[in-house]
Structure formats: C-alpha cells, structure tokens
Design a protein around this ligand. Structure first.
Ligand SMILES: Cc1cc2nc3c(=O)[nH]c(=O)nc-3n(C[C@H](O)[C@H](O)[C@H](O)COP(=O)(O)OP(=O)(O)OC[C@H]3O[C@@H](n4cnc5c(N)ncnc54)[C@H](O)[C@@H]3O)c2cc1C
Length: 339
C-alpha cells in the first residue's frame, strides 16, 4: 500500500504541472497513467506538431513541452506508475483508496484527476480467442524486449510502432511484419531499412493480410492470416505484437459517483473540487462555465487545486501564499543554490 499526499491520475501536461504546483508547496504526489510514458495527448497525438500558445514559449512541439515539464519536476523525484489504469476509487476513514489494474493500492487524502479525454487504450485484435493470450503471448506494447529474443514474432500494423519494433526485434528474433494494406504509414526511412532486411532474408513482410485464426492452447504455436481473396497462410508464431493505434476511453472514471456532464467532470472553479471532497478534476476532463480545453487553462486549474490539497493533507498547518522568486522554502524544495 502506497501512502501519499496526492494521487494524480494522468501524466498528461496538466498532471505533470500538478506535480510541480503540489511539490513547491511541499506535497508529495504519485502519478498513475495507463500509457507507457508521460505526455498524454501531446506525446501520443502530436509529438512533432508546434504549439504556439504556451505562455512565454513562442513555439515548442508536444514532445518538447513534455520534456520540459518533466525537467521542471525533476527536483520532486516523483514516482510514476505507467501501464496502469486506475480502476476503483473508494473512501475508507476519510481517506481515498485508489486501486489500479495491476492491483496497486494507494491511500491519500487527495486525488487529482487529470485524465484528459480518458485513458488511452490499445485497439485490440478483433479475434475472440486473442483475449486469453493477452499479456502472455499477445502484447499491445513492449515492456521487456529480451522476452522476444530468439523467438518467432508476428507483428501487426502499418504505423511507426509496428515498423520500429519490426526493425528492432529483427536483430534478435524471426520477425514477420503483417499489414492489411500495401502502403505503410510509418516513417519512410524506417520502411526502407525494413525493405532492405526483407531483401536480405532477415525479415518477412506480408501485406494485404489480416489475422484470421490463432492456433495453440496455453501458448500460441502458429497463426493463420488471410487476404481479401480468402487466401490463407500459416505463420509459425511464439508471440504476437499488435500495433493498431490507440483509442480513448473514459473507462472507470464514470463509475466513481462524480457529477458528470456528458464525458466531463463538473467542478467548482474556486478549487477545482468535484462533488466529492478531496477529489479534484483538472485539464481536459473537467467542465465549468467558460471552460476552454487548452493546456494553459489546465495549468491554472492545477495551481488552484493544489492549495485545497494542501489544506486537506496538512490540516494543522496554515497555507501561506509565496512567490517562487522570493521564497527560500520553495527554492530549497526546487534544489536551487543560494544566491
Ligand atoms: C492535435 C491536437 C493539437 C492540440 N494543440 C493544442 C495547442 O496548440 N494548444 C493547447 O493549449 N492545446 C492543444 N491541444 C489540446 C491539449 O493537448 C489538451 O488540452 C491537453 O493535452 C490536456 O491535457 P490533460 O493533461 O488534461 O490530458 P491528456 O493530455 O489527455 O492526458 C490525460 C492522461 O490521463 C491518462 N488517463 C486517463 N484516465 C486514466 C485512468 N483511469 N488511469 C490511468 N490513466 C488515465 C491518459 O492515458 C492520458 O495519458 C491539442 C490537442 C490535439 C489533439
């Protein structure tokens, strides 16, 4: 069980800035995200696109913004719990108990929901029998690549993830790259490297094919793929990696008894608290009159929510407003050298 001052759900830009705002007033937070990395929409949907409306940064990409937000919170040495979805939220003895899909349990007086448009979930393989192999022989992301060493891997998809992993794993495994179209969407440079490997007999590419069956009970032994003309091929396979992109799902957040307005959580704009004391919602997921789904709005919302979090986490202390320019306390927390 992990005890903390604040549990932050979502490591998008707003969740990351919430870590900062909580950190400078002396609160410790733990961050949980369903994705395998920080950045939310900025990193998943537009890492290379320029953003022009972050105050005092004339232009930066989604990836640069994420890197800078992570750098800004380095002093707080925050724990991130990636690849975990927050499933359940309950109240015990006036403390919130948060449970994740990996059965981790957090206890805290405060929860800040910075869940954006919901958790990013992989688009799954469309076969019923795929389910029982998930997490054992079928993966939608790669956490430990050593597992695939010397094995037969069938990789599905036509985007960057499929191409990058086909290239990487072909160094140590037998890779078959399968895509339902002839054209790949991934980076042309990676594709040309893959085509070279195919020519050299180091990787197999099957285009215009889709998965039609999985053979093997406990472990996968082979798969059958089928093209539009109903021609089938059996491919010996130990592991399937599938990269069909991500979908956004509000998921369990809708079941926590919060006042919802369609897919958003209603908050009061004094402190961004929801109808449940100690549960806050900031960033794209919250709604109030005049709400704009902008990163800068989320930053402001996180700043105000952090003050109320302080009052709940430190009921015997008085909250003092301080400027970062002049507060020695804040500067110490940030690890600044005295001038
Ligand atoms: C193409 C595009 C361009 C944009 N351009 C701009 C721009 O120029 N300027 C601007 O200000 N804004 C822009 N935006 C909007 C901006 O990206 C969002 O306002 C911002 O990402 C919201 O941040 P967030 O942290 O609230 O949520 P998100 O970035 O959506 O992050 C939420 C995170 O929470 C996680 N999560 C959700 N539920 C759970 C759960 N139950 N368990 C675990 N994790 C969970 C998700 O996996 C996700 O990583 C753009 C958006 C898009 C799509």
């Amino acid at each position: 069980m992990i005890k903390t001052d604040v549990v932050i759900i979502g490591a998008g830009p707003v969740g990351l800035f919430a870590v900062h705002q909580l950190g400078i007033i002396g609160l410790k937070s733990e961050v949980i995200d369903n994705l395998d990395k920080a950045g939310g929409q900025c990193i998943e949907l537009y890492p290379d696109k320029p953003i022009y409306d972050i105050p005092a940064i004339p232009v930066c990409t989604g990836e640069e913004l994420t890197k800078n937000l992570l750098k800004q919170i380095e002093p707080f040495k925050t724990n991130f719990h990636f690849n975990e979805r927050v499933q359940e939220v309950s109240n015990e003895n006036n403390k919130w108990v948060v449970k994740t899909s990996k059965n981790k349990v957090f206890v805290s007086p405060n929860i800040v929901i910075a869940g954006g448009v919901g958790s990013f979930e992989p688009r799954k393989l469309p076969l019923k029998e795929a389910e029982k192999h998930e997490g054992k022989s079928i993966f939608y992301s790669v956490n430990e690549k050593n597992k695939f060493k010397g094995k037969k891997i069938s990789i599905f998809g036509g985007g960057d993830s499929a191409l990058d992993w086909a290239l990487e794993l072909s160094k140590t495994s037998n890779v078959t790259l399968i895509h339902r179209r002839d054209e790949f969407r991934g980076a042309p440079h990676t594709l040309s490297q893959i085509k070279k490997l195919e020519k050299a007999g180091k990787l197999i590419i099957k285009t215009k094919y889709q998965l039609s069956a999985i053979e093997g009970d406990k472990n996968i032994k082979s798969i059958t793929i089928k093209n539009d003309e109903e021609k089938t091929i059996k491919v010996e396979t130990d592991y399937i990696l599938s990269f069909f992109g991500l979908i956004m799902q509000l998921g369990p957040i809708a079941e926590w008894g919060l006042n919802m307005n369609k897919k958003n959580i209603s908050v009061n704009t004094e402190n961004f608290e929801t109808n449940k004391k100690g549960i806050f919602a900031v960033g794209d997921i919250c709604i109030y009159p005049g709400k704009q789904r902008l990163i800068l709005s989320g930053f402001h919302e996180a700043a105000l929510a952090s003050v109320e979090c302080f009052k709940r986490a430190r009921p015997n202390e008085k909250y003092r407003f301080q400027f970062t320019t002049s507060s020695k306390e804040i500067q110490e927390r940030l690890g600044c050298k005295p001038k």
